[in-house]
Structures are given as C-alpha cells and as structure tokens.
Unconditional design. Structure first.
Length: 393
C-alpha cells in the first residue's frame, strides 16, 4: 500500500516565519506577509498536485478564510488535487452540508474530502451562536454524521435526536463517490464518534509511543462497532539536504518568535478545552527562554526536540498542530517510516512558507520513500511500453 500525503492551504496567510493562531487565538501579524489570495493558494495547490500530494487540508475558525468557499475557487485553478475541507458540524444543517458536498463532488470531479471539526473552544463556538458544551457538541457531531452518511447512501432520513431533527430529508442527487470523512479528537467522546462514523482518524504529531497508544485506543473502539479505520497524522516539516541545514532553519524560525507573543498565545491555549491541544502544550511546556538562548548559541533547542527529529517549537505560537519533523531528507523519511510501522498511512503536512517547503519535501523526501517502495506518485502516468523494432532479415 502506497502512503498518502496531503499538503496544507494556509488560508490564514503565509510567511517565511511561522504564522501563529488557531484554537481561539488570532493569526499573528506574519500572516499578512503573503495574504491568502486565490492566486497564491492556487500556486500552492498546483505545486502540491505536481509533486504528488493527494489532497490539501484547509483549516476552519475565525482566524482564517472560510474553507468551503476558498477551496471551491481554488479547485477551478487546479486539476487533480483533492481538498480536505475542515468544517464545524454545528454551524450548518446536516441536510445542507450533505447537499453542498454532493455539489462539490460533481463540480470538481470527486475532489472533496471532509474534515469534521467538532470545536474545542466554547468561547469561539459561542461567537458563532453555538452554546453547547464540549461533550454535547461531540454527541451532536455523531448525529450530524449519521444523517449525512445516510443521505449520501440515497436514503430518506427521519431523525429526532438529542440535538438534531430532520424529517423526510433526502438528496435529489447523491455524491459519486461519497466524500471520505476525516476526524480527530483525544477525548472519550471523540473516540466514540470516530469509531462509529469516520473513515480516517487523524492525530497531531505526538511522539511515536503516544501515537501508538491512540491508534490502539481507536482501533479497539472501532472493532466493537464492527469497523476498521485508516489512520493519519498532522505534522509540519523542515527538511533539507543535511541535518545541519534543517536545524539551522528551525533555529531561524525560533529566533523570530516574539517572547510577548509567545506568552499571549500560550496563555490563550492554556484555556483550551481541547484535550488534544493540552497534549500539544505538554510537549514543550512553553519553554521559550531556554530554547531561544540555545538557538542563538547555535545549539539544539533545549527541551523542544521531543523525539529524534520531532520538534515542538511550532506549538509555541500556533494552536493545533504544533510539531515538525526536522532533519535531512533521509532522516525525515526514516521518521515517516517509523510512524507508518505504527499504522499511520496518511500524512497531512505543511511548512513555512508553504509553496517553497512543498518543493523541499516533494523533491527531497518523496523520492526516497519511493525508492523504499513506500510511496508512488498518485498522478504519474504508466510508462509507455518500449517500441518494438522489426527484425531485419
């Protein structure tokens, strides 16, 4: 089985520095360096599909552009790339969402994937008019996905749930194929939803031992439902020809962090209700002063390399995915193989800036994985058979 790689569309802006924000915190000023215009995002999309990425994740929240609208526009400027659209189930009716997805599939030739994001921050949810608590939001997500899946199967749906109610709901045209559903969450309530309704369970980039525990947990829950899932991981990447060059780039990014911004972001993230976000915070402990001192001295960022080639520095200023694979192309390929041995088959990656870093990874790491038989270009045309030369007698 070939590994699947997805890239990221920075609809919160891009930069040669880390663009912070997310999980209730606003995007940092660096997000204005390269505004998320359709033209720029289309550049990234075309590069990603040429390099062999299958899809591109777009985030959701008040800190970025709307994912549905943005990807609909970018899809018209690309040919094969799929769009992993993050959306909040509580913000739109399930019947309308099923219809939107069906339309997206037809108009793009089946290039939609959906990332259901329940929402871990009550303050942000309330700004959108959603006043349920976290566990209730997960129960609503389960009802939402049940309705959507049945509609995509062509069923007429009647459901009077705890949070959602539909009567005689049906689609005039079902999507072909139905979009796959991606989902992440570290709480018990999240695990139950994943086990019952999703195709791919996503985890943020924790060290391998913690990822293995998560996979075993979700596999066990899914088995009780008579289901099997695929597993993916969300990571940033800094990959270069040599390990020294990669860590020098990590040091450069770290050196650009403003201590006051770090303090503000960390204070905001500490209030997060997301169990996954708290697990991210625990990986670095907000260890900026020591890390900056070490970086400026040219050493390895103290306390931030939490597993070989796994760096937690991004999480100092960014909510959500806060770790990066840092190293030579060979080292990054080794870490990917390590995660794959645990059961990870899909990798959702990003890097700053997203256009240039896609090329570093696509031209540096993917060929090495291909040589190991772990990856093949999903859009590559089969080699033409050699021409037959008539035998001259």
């Amino acid at each position: 089985m070939s590994l699947t790689f997805h890239w990221f569309l920075p609809t919160n802006g891009d930069s040669r520095h880390v663009v912070g924000g997310g999980h209730g915190t606003p995007a940092t000023a660096s997000g204005r360096d390269r505004p998320p215009t359709v033209a720029y995002l289309s550049q990234i999309a075309r590069a990603a599909e040429d390099l062999g990425f299958v899809g591109a994740l777009t985030p959701t929240g008040a800190w970025c552009e709307d994912a549905w609208l943005t990807t609909a526009m970018v899809s018209q400027q690309s040919e094969r790339l799929k769009f992993l659209v993050a959306f909040r189930p509580g913000f739109v009716s399930p019947t309308l969402a099923a219809q939107m997805a069906s339309t997206f599939q037809r108009q793009t030739g089946g290039r939609l994937l959906l990332n259901a994001v329940t929402g871990g921050e009550s303050q942000e949810q309330r700004a959108y008019g959603d006043f349920l608590d976290k566990d209730a939001r997960y129960r609503r997500t389960g009802e939402f996905l049940q309705i959507v899946r049945e509609l995509w199967e062509g069923k007429t749906v009647d459901l009077a749930g705890e949070h959602l109610q539909v009567e005689d709901a049906r689609l005039a045209r079902v999507p072909d194929p139905a979009p796959e559903i991606y989902f992440g969450g570290s709480s018990p309530a999240a695990g139950e939803v994943a086990a019952q309704y999703v195709d791919v369970y996503l985890t943020w980039g924790e060290p391998p031992a913690q990822v293995a525990e998560k996979i075993a947990w979700i596999r066990g829950l899914a088995a009780k439902q008579g289901r099997t899932l695929r597993f993916g991981i969300r990571l940033h990447v800094i990959t270069r020809d040599t390990s020294e060059q990669a860590w020098a780039e990590a040091h450069r990014l770290l050196d650009g962090f403003d201590p006051e911004t770090v303090k503000s972001v960390q204070a905001g993230l500490a209030r997060s209700e997301s169990e996954g976000q708290q697990r991210m915070l625990a990986l670095h402990g907000g260890a900026l002063p020591q890390a900056l001192d070490s970086a400026r001295a040219g050493g390895t960022p103290t306390g931030l390399e939490i597993h070989p080639n796994l760096w937690a520095g991004i999480g100092l200023v960014r909510g959500g995915a806060g770790t990066a694979l840092v190293g030579s192309h060979e080292e990054v390929a080794e870490r990917i193989a390590e995660y794959h041995r645990l059961g990870i088959d899909e990798f959702v990656l990003s890097g700053y800036p997203h256009l240039e870093e896609a090329y570093w990874f696509g031209e540096g790491v993917l060929p090495r994985l291909a040589a190991q038989g772990l990856w093949r270009h999903p859009f590559a045309k089969p080699a033409a058979p050699a021409a037959q030369v008539p035998f001259a007698s």
